[in-house]
Design a protein. Structure first.
Length: 108
């Protein structure tokens, strides 16, 4: 099982048209390919290079990450709540590994 774990904070219940803040964090080393280990060997590049968020299957946020992004990328964005549904979050790294998590939200 992977040590890389995504975390997301989404309100469970909100009012219609409320603007919410979504916070995401993924524990990932984000090796740029420029650092060396204790033996002087270059640590191969291994970064999260894509992040996306969908709500009820529709993409609402997407970004590409570059080697200069720090370890454990923390991403925050806003969303205007119109209906109840499910958020799906996905991170993809250089090795093609996909890390995902889902959260539900109720609009009242």
């Amino acid at each position: 099982m992977s040590k890389i774990k995504p975390r997301v904070k989404v309100p469970k219940e909100v009012s219609i048209d409320e603007i919410i803040e979504i916070k995401t964090l993924i524990r990932h080393p984000m090796h740029s390919g420029r650092m060396k280990d204790t033996d002087g060997q270059t640590i191969p590049r291994h970064i999260i290079n894509s992040f996306s968020a969908k709500f009820n299957g529709k993409e609402i946020f997407q970004m590409d990450l570059e080697p200069s992004i720090s370890t454990n990328p923390f991403i925050v964005f806003q969303y205007k709540a119109k209906e109840s549904g499910k958020f799906d979050f996905e991170w993809i790294d250089d090795n093609g590994e996909i890390y995902s998590i889902s959260k539900n939200m109720v609009v009242s």
